[in-house]
Design a protein around this ligand. Structure first.
Ligand code: PSU
Ligand code: MN
Length: 306
């Protein structure tokens, strides 16, 4: 049944079947999160970093209606250059399939497809969350609901302050999603290492994360886990610079009435322009850092699951 929809790359399939470490990667970051050609360069480097750290990369997307776990370099290039790629969240999946469209997967959809294929560890930049002003707009990313329900660990650099980090943490708490600080007591704020908000647990090693994940899923405590891995110091942005850029981007989004799925890509693009590309450099570096940690977690999880 599943084979009708899902195509797992042979290398990824082999690794999954053998219980070897695999790391899932999302594709919205390629098509809607970063401009060409940096997006493609980033996607290829991330895959290389995962390999160098002993795991198999599986970039996830939907091509012509087929759910793909593990893309070829040509497919990554296609996603990074084509203008007709739909940003695909959970609600979009059925129609992207029936209309044979090409879709880039958000954190939510990447989790769904990774889980269908049997991949349990996923590296990205940042998760979606509760947007500032959500009390009025109801803008809460479907990523959070997916974390509540789908058994995949997400290694990220925290949540950006385009979001309301405090409310995002509250939402995750309500839904029983553990939020972990990798070598930190604070939820990282994506471009900066600190947010002022504490995490539930601080861990110092990938094995600690793997052991907790195994316990969670052994006990059928459904849902994912957020592993907040702070951006390396040398790539961190100046707090005032990024805060001002985010404030102006948010104001502009409001003036232009940007809503729905367009909000996050709009804000990311504006922040990039306002910071003269500096935010993009930070964004790329933190993804690399997350890929490395995710590969280590996947390796440890594979070791203790055999
Ligand atoms: N944060 C980033 N870059 C991104 C995204 C978030 O720094 O590209 C993407 C991810 O795919 C995430 C999605 O799942 O935006 C969230 O979108 P929304 O807020 O519409 O749920
Ligand atoms: Mn939204």
């Amino acid at each position: 049944m599943l084979e009708k929809y899902l195509q797992v790359h042979p290398e990824v399939q082999k690794a999954i079947a053998a219980g070897e470490p695999v790391v899932a990667l999302e594709s919205t970051i390629i098509s809607h999160g970063m401009p060409y050609p940096k997006n493609i360069e980033m996607a290829k480097n991330v895959s290389r970093i995962i390999r160098e750290n002993g795991a198999v990369p599986a970039t996830i997307a939907i091509i012509d209606g087929v759910l793909k776990v593990g893309l070829t370099e040509e497919e990554i290039e296609f996603l990074g250059t084509s203008k007709d790629v739909v940003k695909a969240s959970r609600r979009d999946l059925p129609f992207i399939i029936s209309k044979k469209l090409t879709g880039a997967t958000t954190v939510a959809t990447t989790m769904i497809l990774a889980n269908l294929a049997g991949v349990k560890v996923f590296a990205t930049g940042g998760i979606g969350g509760v947007h500032r002003g959500a009390q009025e707009t109801f803008d809460i990313s479907a990523d959070l609901q997916e974390l509540a329900n789908t058994d995949v660990a997400v290694i990220c650099a925290g949540a950006k302050s385009i979001l309301d980090i405090g409310l995002t943490l509250e939402y995750l708490e309500t839904n029983g999603v553990p939020v972990i600080g990798f070598g930190t007591d604070e939820m990282p704020a994506f471009y900066t290492r600190r947010s002022g908000f504490g995490v539930d647990y601080r861990v110092e090693s990938s094995m600690e994360v793997a052991t907790a994940l195994k316990a969670k899923w052994d006990l059928d405590l459904k849902g994912g886990m957020v592993i907040g891995n702070p951006i390396p110091e040398e790539f961190e942005m100046d707090y005032d610079t990024i805060t001002n850029a985010i404030e102006s981007a948010l104001k502009e989004a409001e003036e232009k009435n940007i809503a729905g799925k367009k909000v996050t890509p709009f804000l990311l693009d504006r922040v990039k322009t306002i910071t003269a590309g500096k935010s993009l450099e930070s964004n790329i570096e933190l993804v690399y850092n997350n890929a490395k940690v995710a590969a280590q977690i996947a390796k440890d999880l594979s070791d203790i699951s055999k």
